[in-house]
Design a protein around this ligand. Sequence first.
Ligand code: GLY
Ligand code: MN
Ligand code: MN
Length: 447
Amino acid sequence: MFIQFALIFIIYTMEINYSERRSSLSAKALEDSAIIVSSATVKSRISDTDYAYRQDSNFYYLSGYEEPDSLLLIRPSADKDKYIIFCRDRDPLREQWDGFRSGQEGAVDRYGADKAFSINSLDEVMPKMLEGIKNIYFSMSAPSGVDQKVKKWIESIRINTRAGAEPPQNLLSLDNLIHEMRLIKEDAEIDIMKKAASITTEAHIRAMQYVKPGMYEYQLEAEYLYAFNKNGARSPAYNSIVGGGNNSCILHYVENNDELKDGDLVLVDAGCEYEYYASDVTRTFPVNGKFSAEQKEIYSIVLEAHHQSMNQAQPGNKWNLMHEKSVEVIVEGLLSLGLLKGSKEEIIEKGEYSKFYMHRIGHWLGMDVHDVGSYKQDGDWRKLEKGMVMTIEPGIYILDSLEGVDDKWKGIGVRIEDDILVTDSGFEILTPDVPRTIEEVEQTVQG
Ligand code: GLY
Ligand code: MN
Ligand code: MN
């Protein structure tokens, strides 16, 4: 007789805790403060048709709330109603046309607001909520126009001072407080970023398998968009760059409308956004599956720069070390090929390498592809810490029009970009399985 055991798997997915984030932010604010965060605005594309709406990153980070026309008010030192959401009213007709709205009831029940008001009552309610509070924090970098509104609300408190009203005294920037929080990723964020990275990995492998001479750049781009969407990543984290031949040397090339030619390289910088978190990966591969001798030389230098820079990503190391290492390796490589001439030190000192390598080694990565967080502190490059996520993306670009360069190098542009997480003892590559070495890339394209 068999006894069947039912195996119960408890699948534990870490959840983002928005309430904890609001508490941490509140603890960083000065006493007697209010924090105001405005939603992103809807942007019209053509008449009656809007661009896909995406919530403001800070707003989503603190609330998980995705509707436009809304505003968060956090009052850490208030006796009650510490967390307030202003949002759109329920409207059966508009909801039939444009989709569901949470309304004020949903803002309280589903998003944890202590109280919610109609966004239509903002100018009437907000001055009452701010009266008697000393400091107001809001983002001075988000283009939401909230600064003008804050001034208006304060003004309407000020006109009642003779009746005893106490207007706020200090307007403070929220940016640094929240950016520093967002810079250090929580475990739940890292889980999401790994998912974004794995979708992007699948997309790059798919594209390498599909590429062939005669295809158009936009057709290759379509393979990425397909892989993103199929896996629930409904948008790229930024406009995909798909550049064949000389187009690979144009850093922000997004026309993506040329034919991919036999013998050329194609550079693809494409990453998906998944649940509000970005991935950002570049691979450069031969359209016909085989690197030429010259392409191999340039690729090998960039790969070595990638490898050596990444090894500098140790907690406690200064941010700039990674960039400096990439410059050093690239200059040495270009000197060995005769593309640069002179002494290494002088070339670095004078920045002469920048006609081939004109950008920095990378950037923070998170909810925004070029994520928030400062790179310097007190005038010096900041040190890496556990939980920071960044890109490593050295490159060499030899434009057709570059003077003083042998023709055989022209039209070769190579960038290799991966996403990494700083850990306790070093780093973890979030995108380890995107083919990277010459052999891996050739095998995948030919495969
Ligand atoms: N894709 C934008 C960047 O690599 O920074
Ligand atoms: Mn990129
Ligand atoms: Mn990047």
